[in-house]
Design a protein around this ligand. Structure first.
Ligand SMILES: [Zn+2]
Ligand SMILES: [Zn+2]
Length: 327
């Protein structure tokens, strides 16, 4: 009797578990196993031969780019880059839809990656390529990466050009980081305990082999410490499409924490048709502290008061002098 009850409990638990896993994804079909790494920050479902991923690009981890500093996700920079220079942008919610081939295929002609999103990490944050603009290296932008490896661009879209430390710290340096738009997975900088370098990878920044999620072997990209970090000279496979809305939102303040977009425009990237230049996130000039600003205001107020007092004294003196002349 006890054995039967135990067996029933196990069966019920197994069914509940299976339902829980399948309910993680909307729709009837379940995406390939690697997509199980995505957090609830992204919505996923299978649409025909594509995996559809919708995300808002707001990381679950903290960042100095969450403003104002009263934002619960704000964390001052505490990374190791002595040249860190925060850019003037802030993190804002986006509307992005990736349509990625469920069965990735090597492309006949390898399309260059666009500026803007080229893939998506398992936490719903877009992956960007190794450029800040058309053929412009990330020389300055690197110093604006926060302690988790990302930064927002001018329309508040947070993204990673290189290793997302929040993911590799928690999931492991050999974990699945996300997928590029061609449906091939991106892994962290380690494999079987060894750090991968550019020399281990082809021109697209990947290689073929078994992974924890694809035991039969699959072409996959690796993130490296050196440029080009995530992708090399273009997509290895035939890329899907991205649709996203650029929302230019005002900088949140203590009284308007929930910034509302002031303007929107929709960008659709179709491989071969072209992307859009998204990076102009240069480090900002040193910010004036509120104390310095207050001091300047006080100086101005003192000067104005002195002018008024001087005017009164002069006016009184002239009036007195005129009266003395008349008498
Ligand atoms: Zn960037
Ligand atoms: Zn590998």
């Amino acid at each position: 009797m006890r054995t039967t009850q135990l067996a029933s409990i196990i069966i019920i638990a197994a069914i509940a578990c299976a339902l829980g896993v399948s309910s993680r994804f909307a729709g009837a079909q379940t995406p390939p196993s690697g997509y199980a790494h995505f957090t609830s920050a992204a919505s996923l479902w299978v649409d025909g031969s594509n995996i559809v991923i919708q995300a808002n690009a707001v990381p679950a981890h903290k960042s100095p780019y969450f403003t104002p500093i009263t934002n619960p996700q704000y964390e001052a920079y505490n990374g190791t880059n002595p040249n860190y220079a925060q850019n003037p942008n802030h993190i804002g919610s986006q509307t992005i839809e990736f349509r990625i081939p469920a069965n990735p295929q090597v492309a006949v002609t390898h399309a260059a990656t666009p500026l803007g999103p080229i893939g998506v990490a398992v936490n719903g944050v877009p992956l960007f390529n190794q450029y800040a603009g058309p053929n412009q290296p990330l020389t300055n932008e690197i110093n604006s990466f926060d302690q988790y490896g990302g930064h927002p661009q001018q329309t508040s879209m947070y993204h990673y050009h290189a290793e997302p430390y929040a993911l590799t710290t928690v999931n492991g340096s050999d974990s699945l980081i996300g997928y590029l738009l061609d449906g091939f997975p991106v892994y962290g900088p380690k494999e079987n305990g060894i750090t991968i370098t550019n020399a281990d990878l082809d021109q697209y920044h990947g290689h073929f082999g078994p992974t924890a999620d694809y035991s039969g072997g699959i072409y996959h990209y690796h993130i490296t410490a050196a440029s080009p970090y995530i992708n090399g000279t273009g997509f290895y496979g035939t890329a899907g499409t991205i649709t996203y809305t650029l929302s230019a939102s005002p900088t949140p303040t203590a009284t308007t924490a929930a910034a509302t977009p002031t303007a929107t425009s929709t960008v659709i990237y179709v491989p071969g048709v072209g992307g859009i230049a998204q990076e102009s996130d240069l480090p900002q000039a040193p910010a004036q502290s509120s104390t310095a600003l207050r001091s300047r205001v006080t100086q101005r107020e003192t000067l104005a008061a002195a002018v008024v007092v001087a005017s009164i004294i002069c006016g009184s003196w002239f009036a007195l002098r005129c009266r003395n002349k008349q008498t």
